[in-house]
Design a protein around this ligand. Sequence first.
Ligand code: SAM
Length: 230
Amino acid sequence: HLSKRLQAVAALVPSVPKLVDIGSDHAYLPAYLLQRQVIQTAIAGEVRQGPLANAQREITKLGLEAVMQARLGDGLTVLAPDEQVDVIVIAGMGGELITEILTRGQAQLRQHPVLVLQPNVDENVLRRWLQANHYQITAEQLVEDAGHFYEMLRAEFLPNPPALTKTELEFGPYLVRERSAIFRHKWQERLHKSELILRRLQASRKQPVAKMAAMQARITAIQEVLNDKG
Ligand code: SAM
């Protein structure tokens, strides 16, 4: 019963001994990966009691007590300072919040775990953070699930990852190269929205110049990506 979105996230997780899923809620993702033996052990981290209880219920229901722990805490603080994990998953939150959790958890990144991330919005913010923190995106996926577009990615530590272009940071290095039907669909929708916003700005009495210029630049960038037949 894993959603299409979480299935796509799961597909990016490498086979490893230990995974932590931050903001796990029902712990569906680690449970799925444990049952398929993609991973051997998991920690489900949650900052709120309700979702933590959901995770605990799922662990009990599936009899995964020996291989999964649900822990209450903010972000990566659920890990002990010297605790090693192979993969960190953070899914179903905004890109800003994901980068905040990673920034606050820098100590846990010292062992360079693989990151599997699924931002609901602000994907570009996350890609900029990865670039600045020596993480190279090694896989990306875009799915449409229940009328929403979701991006998910895997990133691995590399001392000097190749710099991404502005276009790659904005649209995703793999996604923009592949330019799938879903990708075009997503960005056609975004283009349409941006054009509406620009028209509204142009019609307003204030005519905020900087905002209009930013929106026009965004529209041009999207048009270029959509028109580039590659
Ligand atoms: N990861 C699951 C998924 O992708 O389906 C659940 C996503 S749910 C929309 C977001 C969860 O993140 C909520 O349960 C929330 O309590 C949790 N969360 C938000 N901020 C967090 C933080 N700083 N540390 C841990 N969990 C957090």
